[in-house]
Design a protein around this ligand. Sequence first.
Ligand SMILES: Cc1cc2nc3c(=O)[nH]c(=O)nc-3n(C[C@H](O)[C@H](O)[C@H](O)COP(=O)(O)O)c2cc1C
Length: 206
Amino acid sequence: MKRRIPSILLALVLAMSCVSAFAEDAVSSATVNITSFPAVGEHENAKVLVIYFSTDDTVKAVALTAAEALEADVFEIVPEQPYTAADLAYYTDCRADKEQNDSGARPGIADWPESLEQYDVIFIGYPIWHGQAPRILYTLLEGIDVSGKTIVPFCTSASSGAGTSAVSLEKISEGGVWLKAKRIDNHSTAEQIRLWALSVLKETAE
Ligand SMILES: Cc1cc2nc3c(=O)[nH]c(=O)nc-3n(C[C@H](O)[C@H](O)[C@H](O)COP(=O)(O)O)c2cc1C
């Protein structure tokens, strides 16, 4: 005899699959697992600089944690026109969407680094925006001279990999030696970030 699955059971299964899809989403957009930022200071003779751009503190957490481990100086890219929540509501044709769709967009930077002369290694951190680095990174890299420096690109994202983001940046900057971009996993701990940063620095010295 054929037994029919009661519709209540079907509804339950459907509801559960929705909940699990939502849970996966929530996990993939979780932020890096660091609750407080280390206090990073100026180091008189630092050879390493960590530059970062971050609108929601995920990249910032990675950048400051790495900088602390590396005893590096830190430079935050601050936009001339700050990004509001509406500017960042991606897939709504928001400001950030428009900038990423326009290969010539170069959002202004409020302050520029004074001199990069003392640094041998520059870590550059950014969020992935539509598969690439935000256009403000292009503004920066077209405005500074990184020749002779080793560049360590790193990024965070909801789920995408680093893809060609750093290759695109390398193309518009001149003279630096670019390492492969590292996407920092959303579940990374401070210790994992410290170990990554120190191992990359060691690699650059070899
Ligand atoms: C305009 C925009 C586009 C985005 N595009 C992507 C994307 O293509 N892939 C992805 O995985 N995450 C994407 N994200 C999510 C961010 O990469 C992610 O939340 C990142 O960790 C944010 O870093 P932050 O907190 O330092 O700003 C996008 C976010 C914004 C605002």
